[in-house]
Design a protein around this ligand. Structure first.
Ligand code: FO1
Length: 331
């Protein structure tokens, strides 16, 4: 297996005859930082040509008049081999523009790097000229050498709104500006009921040999994707080919404030079993961490096959290894 991704899009240009790609036709459902590691691992294990990722857009918003799509960009940069080590934004970026905006008294809590801003300016100009977010993503993928297809879940504007004791906040305001410290009273996904799946999304799900639900938040990432009208039914129709990776180990999320979102959505329990229960209508197979092996009978009792492995993805080798395990379980 090749690992020279620093010099090219991850998994995209690898010769197909002398490596160990598995030849699955994969659809991944994913959010941002956690999800992109799985998407990247799938690209490393199976190549990019047969990979389609359907990405949450509820975290999107406008900053300084620019349309920013964090989860799409995180996955784009991961597949292009240019994501920063912190898991979001462009590698080795500088923040001179943001510093200048702060000097002018502008709110500068959202870390938009100088190179990253080029993506948002380009996207905003394309949309102003009439392009959809799907069309923008096709263009960004082509220009950054990403062979996989990165689809927004929908081209309609959908925005996750979090209500806490101090009022309503946009998703990034809750997560980044306020540090996700407050308990959540309600989560509302504005625009979701009127949205429809982006072009190509339902066909990709119907035609996939394996659908992978990445270890992203089941509420504000995967839950939002599955909440697009028609999406949950489309995935449920492929249940036998759908595998989900738990975003929870023990009683804690692998990353991010998943417990807060779970509690805010009315789920008091934060566990792999709870995740499996949320996904039981859409997936036949569920991957849990080794230390949760005792939960296996309780999860199997939900009618879901369980795979036990190391689900942590600290580096590229771990991402690829987990992807091989996931795809191997569905072979
Ligand atoms: N996450 C942070 O924790 N702090 C930031 O300042 C920040 C800026 C940012 C800029 C562009 C982008 O594409 C993502 C960014 N993220 C930042 C990540 C983002 O807030 C979340 O991780 C996702 O929306 C959750 O999936």
């Amino acid at each position: 297996m090749r690992h020279t991704i620093a010099h090219r899009a991850a998994g995209s240009l690898a010769p197909r005859d002398d490596d160990h790609h598995l030849n699955h036709v994969i659809v991944a459902l994913a959010g941002g930082t956690g999800g992109s590691k799985m998407v990247h691992g799938l690209a490393l294990a199976n190549g990019q040509a047969d990979l389609t990722a359907i990405i949450n857009t509820g975290d999107d918003g406008h900053f300084f008049g620019l349309l920013v799509c964090p989860d799409l960009d995180i996955n784009l940069y991961a597949l292009a081999g240019v994501v920063a080590d912190r898991g979001w934004g462009y590698a080795d970026d500088t923040f001179r523009c943001l510093e200048g905006l702060a000097t002018y008294g502008r709110e500068a809590w959202f870390g938009l790097g100088d190179r990253d801003l080029a993506t948002h300016i380009h996207r905003t100009l394309m949309v102003a000229d009439g392009a959809t977010v799907s069309e923008v993503m096709d263009d960004l993928c082509r220009r950054l050498g990403v062979e996989a297809r990165l689809h927004p879940m929908t081209d309609a504007p959908v925005r996750t709104i979090i209500t806490t004791g101090t009022g309503e906040k946009r998703f990034q305001e809750y997560l980044v500006r306020d540090g996700a410290r407050e308990e959540i009273d309600a989560i509302r996904i504005e625009g979701l009921d009127a949205a429809s799946p982006a072009p190509g999304v339902l066909d990709a799900i119907a035609g996939a040999s394996t659908v992978v639900i990445a270890p992203s938040s089941p509420i504000v990432s995967i839950g939002t994707i599955l909440g697009v009208p028609g999406m949950r039914d489309a995935v449920a129709a492929r249940r036998e080919h759908v595998i989900a990776v738990s975003p929870i180990i023990g009683n804690a999320p692998v990353e991010g404030p998943a417990q807060k979102f779970l509690r805010g959505a009315g789920y008091p329990e934060c566990s792999a079993r709870q995740m499996a229960e949320i996904y039981t209508d859409v997936c036949s197979t569920f991957v849990i961490h080794e230390t949760d092996a005792d939960d296996m009978p309780a999860i199997e009792a939900l009618g879901v096959r369980v795979v036990v492995t190391d689900i942590l993805m600290p580096d590229h080798a771990a991402r690829e290894r987990l992807a091989h395990t996931v795809l191997g379980a569905m072979a």
